[in-house]
Write a protein that binds this ligand. Structure first.
Ligand code: TYD
Ligand code: MG
Length: 470
């Protein structure tokens, strides 16, 4: 008999019976992959009541039927949070992990997801019972890693297993408070004909874990490898099913790692957590501004420091630019850490309103430390880094700047001015260029010179050393 197949989008997980070049749901191109369709789930073993049924609502077999209840009668005092032991992780989760939530930790292979989750096993309250399930490493490997990380948890249990019903059966028996699954791509449900890591398996196993976690009230951390476009399913297809999605990012060659929330049903998604990967595992970076500015070249053209707000926290970031005459008919442009279209807009403003002929130049923009900035307060620093690179003249080394730049080259005010100024002063800068319109309601820290500017031309005159008139 011919095996029936369906097509899944590897970006959004949408299922369709027919192949097409573009996903009808999310609009991505070339993301549909063919997978065998589900076979009927049989149920069975202990743990089996959570297993199977695909992702459709028809498969809620075995769960007690819920009845509608009035909103005012619902008791939410049970939303209890607990600390993971890493304050950076707690912050990204919105003030600690929520009991009974399902949290997906995504990231490229080797970035440090297993390390992070194994470390929290040792850092959580000793009374918290943790079950760490690994489909990637043997018990021996995990023990060796745990020893190296100094994890000596009294109530941490390790299980090397990949079959979802076995895992849930063990979890039902052990009744842990926290269940860690490393990784979702290694789990499988043998009742499906597809192989582990396929979209169908990944979604099915996540759905089983979701039912289990909501039913029993266990907190689940799920590791998901972010894949390059390919046949195995990445965390993207699971985003809509889980409560929180955290991404662990960073350059593998650098030691810094940034944890950010892409989705959080219990808090904001603006917070970031910063870690450093050491020989002894991950260590929290309490002073990220210092880390982001370390190694900054002094009196060199093409670099400018700004203060951005990431969530509730001000962070100093260094923006670098390189501008060179182009030999190509279409100048090359590249932007890392600042959204490409925003960077191109700023280049156009610099050309048209700042009077610098950057139009025929190749231009490269980079934010140091792997940070991606979407705070428009970084506009002015991008403009000044570009202007300094174009003129090949350094900026004053003692200044940091912030402000949004409009299409007429005007500077517009940004939020949380006092918080930004305090952070700038704390990191030892003695002058700040900022929008004229932000001058009200200021409580400037002592020892910092405030330079108000109305447009980018004034900013360039105030910042580029060779242009400053005494
Ligand atoms: P890992 O947590 O295994 O990554 P993931 O689970 O996301 O695939 O991290 C592996 C990398 O981290 C590996 O390149 C080695 C490095 N590492 C350290 O530098 N120090 C350590 O203490 C540990 C455990 C790992
Ligand atoms: Mg791992």
């Amino acid at each position: 008999m011919k095996q029936k197949t369906v097509f899944f989008c590897t970006d959004c997980g949408n299922e369709t019976p027919k192949w097409s070049g573009q996903c009808a749901t999310c609009g991505s191109w070339n993301t549909l992959v063919e997978q065998p369709s589900y076979t009927k789930p049989k149920g069975g073993k202990s743990g089996g009541k959570y297993v199977g049924g695909g992702t459709s609502s028809s498969g809620s077999s075995g769960l007690s039927r819920s009845t509608p209840r009035e909103l005012k009668d619902l008791d939410i005092s049970k939303e209890i949070r607990f600390t993971t032991g890493f304050s950076e992780l707690d912050r990204v989760l919105g003030g600690g992990a929520v009991v009974g939530s399902l949290c997906l930790v995504g990231g490229a292979p080797g970035i440090g997801k297993s390390t992070l989750l194994l470390q929290i096993c040792g850092l959580m309250n000793k009374n918290t019972k943790v079950l760490y399930v690994s489909g990637e490493e043997s018990e021996r490997q995990i023990k060796m890693r745990a020893q190296r990380l100094g994890v000596d948890g009294g109530s941490v249990f390790i299980l090397a297993e990949t079959e979802i019903s076995e895992i849930l059966a063990s979890a039902e028996e052990l009744q842990p408070d926290v269940l860690i699954i490393d990784s979702i791509q290694t789990l499988y449900n043998p009742e499906l004909t597809t192989s582990p890591g396929s979209v169908g398996q990944v979604k099915d196993c996540t759905m089983s874990l979701l039912r289990f976690s909501k039913d029993v009230g266990v907190t689940v951390f799920l590791v998901g490898h972010v894949n390059k476009e390919g046949a195995i399913a990445g965390p993207k297809v699971l985003e809509h099913m889980v409560d929180c999605v955290l991404y662990f990012e960073g350059e593998r060659s650098l030691n810094y790692r940034i944890l950010r929330a892409a989705k959080n049903r219990f808090g904001s998604t603006n917070e970031i957590g910063v870690f450093e990967m050491l020989d002894t595992g991950l260590s929290e970076v309490m002073n990220p501004s210092e880390m982001l500015l370390s190694g900054r070249p002094a009196m060199t053209p093409g670099t400018c420091v700004t203060c951005v707000i990431e969530g509730t926290r001000p962070l100093l970031a260094e923006i670098q630019a390189l501008v060179t005459p182009s030999s190509a008919s279409m100048p090359r442009r590249n932007s890392n850490g600042i959204e490409y279209n925003r960077a191109m807009m700023l280049l156009a403003v610099l050309q048209q309103r700042g009077g610098l002929r950057v139009g025929g130049c190749d231009a490269y923009i980079n934010v140091i430390g792997g940070l991606s900035i979407d705070d428009p307060g970084a506009d002015l620093a991008t403009i000044l880094a570009l202007a300094s690179a174009y003129k090949d003249k350094p900026l004053r080394s003692d200044i940091a700047v912030f402000g949004e730049v409009g299409l007429t080259g005007e500077l517009r005010q940004v939020s949380q001015v006092n918080q930004r100024l305090t952070e700038i002063a704390r990191m030892g800068f003695t002058a700040c260029i900022m929008p004229y319109s932000s001058r009200n309601k200021l409580q400037a820290p002592d020892g910092i010179e405030l330079i108000y500017v109305k447009n980018i031309g004034e900013a360039i005159k105030a910042a580029v050393v060779a242009d400053i008139k005494n």
